[in-house]
Design a protein around this ligand. Structure first.
Ligand code: NAD
Ligand code: DAU
Length: 352
């Protein structure tokens, strides 16, 4: 399928910036439009190396703005949408659920509506690709995997808002015949990850010799995927995925938080020339996250068998690349951890 004008929302964020870079470099015959309002999580520094590419365009806009989004569809006639813009941090959703409902539900609905208004008279070669999360499935016990057939059972305001947006996307397919695909991915890690999330937060705290706040007993399990592998999966699904279908994306790479944190400490000691065991002394067990999902693990067989995608970067390799990136980009880290984030960190972690 050939798409000429592609709107990518949330392209200044963590995953979005890797998706933008991947598409801009690989598809010089496409016009790529990055639509982002630059919340605390959006950062144009993430795109410095590609901002001058002739096929890259920036649209500073809010996905919830009805008139402006409709105008942009009329003006640019995007024939494909890859929608990543969202509020993405579970802890923030517990503090401020309404912001998540507004961006993740209403923002998605607004994009769907503008896309429908522009193309419903002829859907040929059009596609709306919604990027979602494995958290919509809720939690697993000690065994089992999430498949595309697992019923939705979200437990946090974040995952409830993502589940709701997934349902709206599907409803536009059923009701208006809108061609869509959805993917539900596990935890990403890699360069440009905002340091409120586990891996970059702990890398930053180890550098600064600050406590590593592990929630509860640390026996929570996540399935980790290197962000560039996610960008490759998104490319595959956007071009070759079947309309009206969902694909799970995962790393086949489950880690209990506490084991991951210890591995990170060992790697960081090594890279920083610290003595063995030094960073581990920073581990502090703190009050648990309310509604904390015990375990996520993805069965990514469908995307492997149907589209030939599988992860290409091992966890040790990916973590090492990630740590190196943060050590080499200290200024990026300092810039994003000053300002608003400083207050968030102080407020959130001093109460645990
Ligand atoms: P992020 O928080 O790093 O980036 C979100 C981006 O969206 C930012 O650039 C922000 O400025 C932009 N944005 C927020 N509200 C907006 C609005 N109203 N209008 C326009 N732009 C807005 O998020 P991320 O971790 O890169 O996640 C991207 C997407 O992938 C999200 O939809 C998330 O649910 C999904 N996802 C994330 C992960 C993960 O591990 N990070 C895993 C699976 C799925
Ligand atoms: O599974 C996909 C999801 O992964 C995405 O949809 C979300 O956008 C993304 O933020 C991520 O959600 P998690 O809640 O799993 O990620 P987070 O990095 O916040 O936490 C990972 C695990 O580490 C989780 O079990 C909570 C724990 N944790 C987190 C933080 C920030 C701690 O123990 N201490 C911390 O300070």
């Amino acid at each position: 399928m050939f798409k000429k004008k592609i709107l990518i929302t949330g392209g200044a964020g963590f995953i979005g910036s890797h998706v933008i870079r991947h598409f801009v470099k690989k598809y010089s015959n496409y016009e790529i439009y990055n639509l982002d309002i630059l919340t605390y999580a959006g950062n144009l520094e993430n795109l410095k190396d590609i901002e001058d590419y002739p096929n890259y365009n920036l649209l500073l806009e809010d996905i919830t703005n009805e008139d402006r989004i409709q105008d942009l569809f009329t003006e640019y006639e995007f024939d494909g949408v890859i929608h990543l813009a969202a509020e993405s941090h579970v802890d923030r959703s517990i503090k401020n659920p309404l912001a998540f409902a507004k961006t993740n539900i209403l923002g998605t609905l607004n994009l769907l509506n503008s896309f429908k208004n522009r193309w419903s008279d002829n859907w040929k070669d059009k596609r709306f690709y919604h990027i979602s999360t494995d958290e919509v499935y809720g939690t697993l016990g000690e065994t089992g995997l999430f498949t595309e057939e697992t019923p939705y059972s979200p437990n946090s305001p974040y995952s409830a808002s993502k589940a709701s947006s997934d349902h709206f996307v599907r409803s536009y397919g059923e009701t208006y015949g809108m061609p869509f695909v959805i993917s539900n991915c596990s935890n990403n890690y890699g360069p440009n990850h905002f340091p409120e999330k586990l891996i970059p937060l702990f890398i930053n705290n180890i550098i600064e010799n600050k406590d590593l706040p592990v929630y509860g007993d640390g026996n929570y399990t996540r399935d980790w995927l290197y962000v560039k592998d996610h960008a490759r999966a998104i490319d595959k699904i956007f071009h070759e995925g079947e309309n009206m279908k969902t694909y799970n994306i995962g790393g086949f790479n489950e880690w209990k938080n506490i084991d991951l944190v210890k591995l990170l400490c060992r790697l960081m000691d090594n890279k920083l020339g610290r003595s063995k065991g030094e960073s581990e002394k920073l581990i502090t067990f703190v009050k648990d996250r309310p509604g904390h999902d015990l375990r996520y693990a993805i069965d990514a067989t469908k995307i492997k068998e149907e589209l030939g995608w599988e992860p290409s970067v091992s966890f040790e390799e990916g973590l090492s690349l990630t740590i190196d990136w943060y050590l080499e980009n200290e200024e990026w880290l300092i810039n994003v951890t000053s300002g608003e984030y400083k207050n968030y960190y102080q407020d959130f972690y001093s109460n645990r």
